[in-house]
Design a protein around this ligand. Structure first.
Ligand code: PLP
Length: 343
């Protein structure tokens, strides 16, 4: 059995055209004293790209196999997932229902109108809102209630579950990405990824291991602190291993997370995140997003500063996309630029 066969039995909708590039960041490498590469999953293509395209290949594949005509999904107001799901639904000729949760406090008007919100509206998706900040099961229940209403109307709804009580189908997309990266670049020492729901982190860690990779996989906490994230990762990895019918124990041993880049909290732009975002674009011309990839880079800078990543090591950072959120956070991003640059 080849490693690709392990994914072949899961239904899959092809939403991207091939492997994403891995690019060397020459100037940043020199500045940090490491050999730094960027895996460009911001370039997965569909509807502004990002990591959700890979995850959706397996959810949408399952939805198609089950005869669904409507995709339902829940996320933060500036969620990349709901925007990508609406784009995938459009591609497959399905409708979509997007539930937006009030997860981030004290945001300005752009947060509610620009960026991913604008894109999802252009995609023609139905919108619902959910008022609670941290209530994964409540948000799921509200989505199910809407699905039941749609069934009564003769529609065939499919709910994409992001909670821990469901098989992590989206992580399969990152198992595939792990196989892809390990083949593109067999000899790196460490990879740095955002760890949110954990689907990306767990999938990549598993895919790299399946392909015989021995690098360290650092997950940068973007949603919750490291204690909670380790507990979550153990569950996601166990469920993923069950889905793939492989041993979980060797994978559980490889969980490494850091939460230094998390403050002040999910979706909130701290000073370190803001400066990491500007450092990357001003050194390499590569934009990062304020919620995930800039925090991931801030985490990488921390790992280099404390010597967890050694000088001279070959390091891959996963760029998971999310760039439309730049426009949802424009007030926060512009706030410390010298006056005169605002206009
Ligand atoms: C959702 C998201 C993440 C987090 O991925 P998980 O698989 O939920 O951990 C990271 N980056 C971007 C841009 C995202 O949209």
């Amino acid at each position: 059995m080849t490693q690709d066969d392990i994914l072949a039995r899961f239904p899959r909708a092809i939403l991207m055209s091939g492997p994403t590039p891995v690019e060397r960041l020459d100037r940043m490498s020199k500045e940090l004293g490491i050999d730094l590469w960027l895996k460009r999953d911001d370039l997965t293509g569909l509807g502004f790209g990002g990591n959700k395209t890979r995850q959706l290949e397996f959810y949408i594949g399952d939805a198609v196999q089950k005869g669904a005509d409507t995709i339902l999904i829940t996320g933060a107001v500036q969620s990349n997932y709901v925007r990508s799901a609406a784009a995938a639904a459009a591609r497959l000729g399905m409708q979509s229902v997007l539930q937006l949760e009030e997860r981030v406090p004290d945001m300005g008007p752009d947060y509610y109108t620009s960026g991913n919100v604008l894109l999802a509206k252009l995609l023609g998706a139905e919108h619902m809102s959910y008022p609670e900040r941290e209530d994964e099961s409540g948000a799921d229940a509200a989505l199910h209630a809407r699905a039941e209403e749609l069934k009564v109307q003769g529609r065939k709804p499919y709910v994409i579950h992001l909670g821990l009580h469901h098989p992590p189908l989206g992580a399969l997309g990152y198992v595939s990405a792990g196989l892809e990266l390990q083949r593109q670049m067999p000899d790196f020492d460490a990879v740095v990824v955002p760890s949110g729901s954990g689907a990306t982190h767990a999938g990549l860690l598993t895919g790299l291991a399946l392909e015989g990779g021995a690098s360290s996989v650092f997950g940068v906490c973007v949603r919750r602190d490291s204690n909670k994230q380790i507990a979550r990762m153990r569950i996601v990895l166990q469920k993923l291993a069950d889905l793939l019918n492989i041993e979980a124990a060797p994978l559980l041993d490889k969980i490494r997370v850091l939460d230094e880049a998390l403050p002040p909290g999910y979706g909130q732009l701290g000073a370190n995140t803001h400066s990491a975002l500007k450092k990357m674009v001003r050194t390499e011309g590569v934009f990062l997003d304020p919620v995930y990839s800039a925090k991931t880079f801030a985490g990488l800078l921390h790992l280099v500063a404390v010597g967890e990543i050694d000088q001279g090591q070959k390091v891959v950072m996963l760029h998971t996309g999310g760039l439309p959120a730049l426009f949802g956070y424009q007030n926060e991003l512009i706030s410390d630029l010298p006056s005169g640059m605002e206009d």
